[in-house]
Design a binder for this molecule. Structure first.
Ligand SMILES: [Mn+2]
Length: 382
């Protein structure tokens, strides 16, 4: 297991690589070229510059989150072949700088959604919240306007003003669109890219839909066990795998997250994991709590134990955190402040360390002080 941290890139993230490097146990960052439109090939020189910047900070970059999928691919629209070719070109270029895993999602039109970006908690921190009734009573335009007002200088990925200009056309394109068509289009995409993923040794990990239920009348597929199974069966290569996001799948109260990890992890289909907690307020509504198990509704020990028991060798990152220690104004991206994620990462490392050591009968595998990046634990999950 390698512990990583999401970083949005130079000029796009108030958290610096230097700060990330100082978090105990961090091996690297997970990043993207945030401004690259879906469907275009990423320029090699920008990929190289990204790699060099991160390497200079003493961190690895092996996972890209995300290389986004163009709507034409999801819809099976004319023009998808060209966008798939560009996707493959991007994969080939990323492989050249040592990228080993790509995260992407199949959410139609809109990326993640929350009712509140800065919901105040009693301890004076704030966090993201999801209220189903609120979402049902609003429109995507209203939500985008609210995000823009609340988040200040940072554009919310998936909710950019430019994208919102065309939101009605984009939503209309899904009118009458069936799940069967969606699966067929996903298969078309996977069958095109997975042979290249195998050749390039790049693990592909689809991220679940967030929230894991239909919103604004859009279909949502990557939300529960049987759909994850069907998605993986579309192309049986192990390179067609999952980004297991505990917060996204866990927001569907019927999902048993440790059981999902045990099932798909045992098959070697989980390549990357987002591990975070959330606190249910009722069966559909939740806020994003601190990672520590008693703060939320998910059992973080059971989650890390399931990863360990199934021999997980991939990358973990703490996911969204609360905004704490007055960082709301300083470290602006909702969910992506420095401090709570750093605390979360070290809680997860602590769990892993204890689980791994117990599996070894109490002994560390090598000199602990010889493994500043936690690599001692990597052999622990044979
Ligand atoms: Mn996630």
């Amino acid at each position: 297991m390698k512990m990583t941290f999401r970083w949005f890139g130079t000029g796009a993230d108030p958290v610096s690589l230097r700060e990330i490097k100082q978090i105990p146990g961090m091996t690297g960052v997970v990043t993207s070229l945030l401004d690259m439109p879906a469907g275009e090939a990423w320029p090699m020189e920008r990929i190289t510059a990204m790699k060099e910047t991160i390497s200079a900070a003493g961190l690895e970059v092996e996972v890209i989150e995300s290389v986004n999928i163009h709507e034409d691919i999801k819809l099976g629209a004319p023009g998808r072949d060209e966008k798939i070719e560009n996707y493959i070109t991007t994969m080939k270029r990323l492989a050249q700088v040592g990228i080993k895993c790509i995260c992407y999602n199949m959410m139609p039109v809109l990326d993640w959604a929350r009712s509140h970006l800065y919901y105040d908690l009693p301890d004076g921190s704030n966090t993201m919240r999801y209220q189903a009734d609120f979402i049902a009573a609003t429109t995507p335009e209203e939500l985008a306007a609210r995000y823009a007002e609340e988040s200040g200088t940072y554009e919310m990925p998936g909710w950019e003003p430019e994208r919102m200009k065309h939101i009605r056309t984009a939503l209309d394109a899904y009118a009458g669109f069936t799940e069967e068509q969606f699966y067929a289009n996903m298969k078309y995409f996977l069958d095109a890219i997975i042979p290249h993923a195998e050749e390039l040794d790049i693990l592909m990990g689809v991220h679940p839909d967030d929230p894991p239920q239909p919103i604004f009348g859009l279909p949502k597929l990557i939300i529960k066990r049987e759909n994850l199974r069907r998605y993986l069966d579309l192309n049986p290569s192990k390179y067609n795998g999952l980004t297991l996001c505990t917060g996204s799948l866990g927001a569907r109260i019927q999902n048993d997250v440790p059981a999902l990890i045990r099932e798909f992890g045992a098959e070697g289909r989980i390549h990357f994991a987002h591990v975070r907690n959330l606190k249910f307020e009722n069966d559909t509504d939740f806020y994003e709590s601190a990672h520590y198990t008693p703060c939320g509704s998910l059992d973080m020990y059971a989650i890390m134990k399931a990863l360990h028991d199934t021999g997980f060798k991939g990358w973990v990152r703490p996911d969204h955190g609360r905004m704490i220690w007055d960082e709301t104004t300083k470290k602006g991206r909702p969910g992506y402040g420095l401090y709570d994620r750093a605390l979360g990462a070290n809680y997860l490392l602590g769990l892993w360390d204890a689980i791994d050591r117990e599996a070894r009968g109490g002994a560390a595998s090598t000199r602990p002080d010889a493994t500043p990046n936690n690599n001692a634990t990597q052999g622990g999950a044979q």
